[in-house]
Design a protein around this ligand. Structure first.
Ligand code: HEC
Ligand code: HEC
Length: 307
């Protein structure tokens, strides 16, 4: 028998029994747990048992509890099943909107508040998830990433043009991707530094932002030989090749002299992913209509055909 077992006694000060443990004259009291605490503890134990019976609680070997890896409980409760049901309900709700969208022109969509609301809501959600990282939350664009609110288009702003761009991408990995490639005139030494400087002044003169007459004249010749095949003789660009209009003051890669020179030096190569395999057809329809409606769409008599 150990020593402290012999020494259980009642503490004179508190009237509580001691455990018999004593260190350097300090005795440990055996204070009972408060009743209220005990009752709560017992209630928790009882609640746990009830919970185990009715709710998912225990890990189970795969296969024993259906598609989950835990017991389902008598209530057969499953958050996963709830989410699946909610998604199905959402799909059913959207199916009506997508069905109405097919075969409507942009004008018809704009004149039907319900359809318009559907396109804006569906488009905004898909845009936010997939496009905002590159084109900006407000679709205002960044250097190298076009603004989608304006009526300046590289590859075309009709509903079909926009839809094609979304489907196949630009310089993407899609086999039918929109493609073209401006040469890197400086890096690949196709033009001298002086020639690039001259043609830069010529390009800037097209939008009235250079007045160096000598450089502009020399640059005009370079432009005619090197650039007109894509940007056209008058510099207005070619949508079939995604070659921007150089006569406006809207610049994808920046309009300062240094920026334009750098662009001609390195040959820009903007890449836009293809969405065909990532978004379903109906979603691409709604998204193309959404982008059209952001501002600069061209020819509102066309629209989703629902192919
Ligand atoms: C990884 C970045 C990136 C993402 C994500 C992206 N884009 Fe783009 N997008 C670009 C770039 C870069 C271009 C310009 C390509 C070029 O220089 O020709 C472009 C071009 C476009 C164009 C053509 C504009 C024109 O003037 O012809 C449209 C329309 C467009 N994007 C819409 C979208 C939509 C809608 C989404 C979301 C589904 C999206 N983009 C997602 C990078 C991206
Ligand atoms: C093979 C066709 C092709 C040729 C030739 C070509 N370009 Fe381009 N150029 C393009 C394309 C395509 C783009 C847009 C690339 C992108 O979006 O990434 C572009 C973009 C530009 C830009 C950027 C415009 C902006 O909005 O920021 C400038 C400036 C430019 N080209 C000038 C020239 C000059 C100067 C020459 C001749 C020395 C030239 N290009 C020759 C196809 C061409």
């Amino acid at each position: 028998m150990s020593e402290h077992d012999k020494k259980r006694e009642t503490d004179a000060h508190t009237g509580t029994e001691t455990t018999g443990h004593e260190w350097d004259g300090i005795k440990e009291l055996d204070t009972p747990l408060p009743r209220w605490w005990l009752y709560i503890f017992y209630a928790c134990c009882a609640w746990a048992v009830v919970y185990w019976i009715f709710m998912p609680a225990w890990p189970a070997l795969p296969g024993l509890a259906g598609e989950t890896d835990h017991t389902r409980g008598l209530r057969n409760h499953s958050e996963r099943a709830n989410v699946a049901m909610a998604l199905d309900a959402l799909d059913a709700q959207r199916a009506d909107g997508f069905a109405a969208l097919a075969g409507s022109s942009i004008t018809e969509i704009e004149n039907d508040p319900e359809l318009l609301g559907f396109v804006l809501a569906a488009g905004e959600a898909v845009y936010g998830d997939n496009c905002a990282t590159c084109h900006g939350v407000g679709a205002q664009g960044f250097v190298g990433y076009p603004n989608l609110n304006d009526d300046v288009w590289l590859w075309g702003g009709s509903y079909d043009d926009i839809r094609t761009t979304l489907t196949v991408g630009i310089r993407s990995e899609h086999p039918d991707t929109r493609f073209s490639q401006m040469p890197a005139y400086g890096r690949d030494q196709l033009l001298s530094r002086a020639e690039i400087g001259d043609v830069t002044d010529y390009v800037l003169s097209l939008s009235g932002t250079s007045a160096d007459v000598g450089a502009i004249q020399r640059g005009a010749t370079v432009f005619e030989v090197q650039c007109a095949s894509c940007h056209m003789a008058d510099g207005t660009g070619d949508r079939a090749q995604g070659a921007p209009n150089l006569t406006d003051r809207d610049w994808l890669y920046g309009g300062s002299r240094e920026q334009v020179m750098a662009t001609i030096h390195r040959g820009p190569y903007g890449v836009m992913p293809a969405w065909e395999s990532r978004l379903d057809e109906a979603t691409i329809d709604a998204l193309a209509a959404y982008v059209f409606l952001l501002g600069g769409g061209e020819d509102a008599t066309a629209g989703p055909t629902g192919q």
